[in-house]
Design a protein around this ligand. Sequence first.
Ligand SMILES: [Zn+2]
Length: 332
Amino acid sequence: LSGLRPAASGRRAGLLAGIDVGGTKVLGVALRADDPAVVLGEARTPTPDSETGLLDAMADVVRQLDAQAGRPGITAVGVGIAGLIDRTGRLRVSPNLPGRRDVDIGVELHRRLGLPIRVDNDATCAAWGEYLAGAARGADDAVLVTLGTGIGAGLIADGELVRGAHGFGGEAGHMVVDPRGPRCPCGRRGCWERFASGTGLGWLGREAAEAGQFPRGVELAGGVADNVRGEHVTQAAREGDEDALEVMQEFAGWVGLGLGNLVTLLDCSLVVIGGGLVEAGEVLLAPVRTAYLRQVMAPEERQGVRIVPAELGERAGATGAALLGGLEASRA
Ligand SMILES: [Zn+2]
């Protein structure tokens, strides 16, 4: 616990708990606001199916963190959750947690824990985590994009989170990039995440496999072209399979299209890529950088825009949530 030190005020600041609620697991970390890179406790549990079960599981994770982290105990909690979270911390719509709408997570958790609670979108939290403790440190204009089953994004402008009028800012995965494209669970067609997420990579891989142009992918998918998924493309590409590299090029074109649009809109200096797909490494990032340069407006006037992998891994959302929870409590 070499990271422990008194707060600047001389008074020992309390510890913060951050929770990231994903489709499969609830992950919590405990940390101090003045040294967020040092994780003082970590707890996780599978995501329950029911609303009450989920709220109880979140409260239980905070109690475990409180026990692990020791004195002075958890004094504020932040929650990151997939979905549209309004500015009062109410979950309005969650594609990952079906059937759950208008859940007042802040009120329900406060009732269970008696602590100040802040609730935000998971990718928004991850962006804040990477900004204060990860790959985006010092970049006051940055965007975080997580490439997983879908696409999440969080925006930092002038050192502040962009939350928007309703709290729904940063839904970059649902920018329409092809109005005649495939249907999206959000109800529209051709959203960026249909093409540029792990789902999109799997789709491009299957197209190639079914056209007989990706035999290694078919092999990795157990001999069935229709079973090719994003991870098979990534694995084959890392082996140097030419067909997979071609699929990756096409995929990178879609990723670069959205990144070009985001940088054209926000004029950020840094793009941080997180999510499961970033584990592909340079096999993905190198063609994405090339594609981005083709799509952004006036690239020659924006020298030095960097596209880098995230640093906090699966803890990014929980770390940012904890820090936002602390910020909220200090303002209250
Ligand atoms: Zn959509």
